[in-house]
Ligand binder design. Structure first.
Ligand code: HEM
Length: 184
């Protein structure tokens, strides 16, 4: 259960049909992405702030909100630039973001609707600014890849922790999960 970020990135690109055309389109609109990033951050944190649990996490530490706004802008812009053409640096960065969220205890129930908010708001902004419909598709695909990294980190870290603590084999662990799911 040792995830290789590069391999995972390639797999997700295939699964979401994230194409070279998408990459070119995103690169072409990187300045627009950076320009709208603060507005997207506003929508994002307003959404998270409405939830008692997530709001408590956001305001748990001094200066966290401020730091988060900056990291959000950077994260959002990176979806357009692809950092190193969506290569190793991009994949490792996304994996790290996943790990940070697992450490804080942010699970799928928080992250999935949060990413849906990004996709929804970016779609609205795209229309307002008269940007092409294909850009929305490209952005949705890269958002889903980024989301998959965060979700997968949760699974990988939980599984690795159980295996380490119990000494179980991966096969036994998978059988227990299947049996558990079957009995629910
Ligand atoms: C669309 C989903 C999300 C994205 C793309 C995202 C993005 C990021 C990024 C880029 C970082 C910085 C990681 C680093 O330090 O390397 C971060 C950290 C963090 N995120 Fe998220 N996030 C998402 C969802 C959430 C949700 C749902 C919460 C719930 C409250 C949350 C709370 C936090 C917190 C508390 C930190 C750590 C801040 C600190 O440095 O103290 N995030 N996030």
């Amino acid at each position: 259960m040792n995830l290789n970020p590069d391999d995972f990135m390639s797999l997700m690109e295939d699964r979401t049909n994230f194409s070279d055309g998408d990459k070119i389109l995103l690169n072409k609109h990187a300045d627009w992405g950076l320009a709208i990033a603060p507005t997207m951050a506003n929508h994002f944190y307003k959404y998270l702030g409405r939830d008692v649990e997530m709001s408590a996490i956001l305001n748990d530490k001094e200066g966290r909100m401020h730091r988060l706004r900056e990291t959000f802008v950077q994260w959002f812009h990176e979806m357009f630039t692809g950092m190193d053409n969506w290569g190793t640096a991009y994949a490792e960065r996304r994996w790290r973001i996943g790990l940070v969220h697992v450490q804080i205890g942010i699970g799928p129930q928080h992250v999935v609707p949060a990413m849906a908010t990004v996709v929804h708001e970016v779609g609205k902004q795209l229309k307002i600014d008269g940007q092409p419909e294909e850009l929305k598709d490209a952005l949705s695909r890269i958002c889903m890849i980024d989301l998959a990294f965060i979700e997968q980190a949760y699974v990988e870290v939980s599984s690795a922790a159980v295996l380490k603590e119990t000494g179980w084999t991966e096969g036994l662990f998978r059988r227990l999960i299947a049996t558990g799911a079957g009995s629910m």
